[in-house]
Design a protein around this ligand. Structure first.
Ligand code: 2AM
Ligand code: CA
Length: 268
């Protein structure tokens, strides 16, 4: 059984409740695909409402904590030593298209250190939790990153720079370098779940640029507590706020980092 600190317990409860509502919203989405207007406005509303539910419940249980959320940005509180980092729907584009691969992500920082994390996929009812120093779990199962060492056996996840983002050419260089030596690359569209899958040993690694702290806060802790290594794409410790990230097991992290750096350099 996972160790749930009182705060993590509150986070799990909030994610479950918000997840139940999100499942009903997701059912509606399927009906909206065929309408001319599409589900965009509905999704925006669902996103905002989910975030409001989470913030309200967490605020009630932990009055005074600060927040950093996708919809509101920073919400200041008197207790500066604690901060919840929330993504109400990570994988919004999937959600909007009726693709059942999205999650609620909640991280908690104490004194600027990630201490608790929850990633919940309400469709599959997969609840990923991690508590600093107490390991990472998927439901009741303890997680460990994959042990694979041979590059030709690994499956890496990534994110493709989307509409309006720079770096398409650099990404293509990175992708062809990785494609040439690995067993395969996956792009599922929800950063939090990519990290959860690394923690679960499903993916051997994951890299992406253009990330926000709420996409990755809980996932960084999950991977680390599952024995993995997480850095930014310079190899430094700024994966949470720096916008770039590489997660992998201890043996693969360094060679993958080098490969990506070389490819990015070649792209100019
Ligand atoms: P979001 O769904 O919460 O916005 C991975 O590519 C990450 O980028 C996702 O976790 C996703 O988080 C974010 N993202 C933001 N805009 C996106 C877009 N237009 N397409 C794909 N991902 C997007
Ligand atoms: Ca997100």
């Amino acid at each position: 059984m996972p160790y749930l600190s009182p705060a993590l317990n509150v986070m799990v409860g909030a994610a479950r409740r918000a997840g139940r509502k999100l499942i009903r919203d997701f059912g509606e989405i399927e009906n909206l695909q065929i309408s001319m207007k599409g589900p965009a406005d509905f999704v925006t509303t669902a996103d905002k409402r989910t975030e409001a539910m989470l913030v309200e419940e967490l605020q009630k249980a932990r009055p005074g904590y600060c927040f950093l959320t996708e919809e509101h940005g920073a919400i200041d509180g008197p207790d500066k030593s604690h901060r919840f980092i929330i993504d109400p729907i990570d994988g919004t584009l999937n959600f909007m298209h009726g693709i059942p691969h999205f999650a609620i992500s909640i991280g908690l920082e104490r004194e600027d250190q990630l201490v608790s994390g929850v990633i919940y996929n309400p469709v599959t009812d997969e609840m990923y939790v991690a508590e600093r120093g107490h390991g990472a779990y998927l439901n009741d199962k303890r997680l460990r990153v994959a042990a694979r060492k041979k590059m030709n056996e690994v499956v890496l996840a990534t994110g493709i720079p989307f509409l309006g983002r720079e770096g398409h050419e650099r990404f293509q260089h990175e992708l062809s370098a990785v494609m040439g030596v690995t067993a395969g690359v996956r792009r599922f569209g929800a950063a939090s779940l990519d990290l959860a899958y690394v923690a679960a040993g499903r993916f051997d690694g994951y890299w992406e640029r253009g990330l926000n702290p709420w996409d990755v806060a809980a996932g960084i802790l999950l991977v680390k507590e599952a024995g993995g290594v997480v850095t930014d794409l310079n190899g430094g410790g700024d994966a949470l706020m720096g916008g770039t990230l590489l997660a992998a097991n201890e043996s693969l992290h360094r060679p993958i980092l080098k490969m990506l750096k070389d490819a990015a350099r070649a792209a100019g």
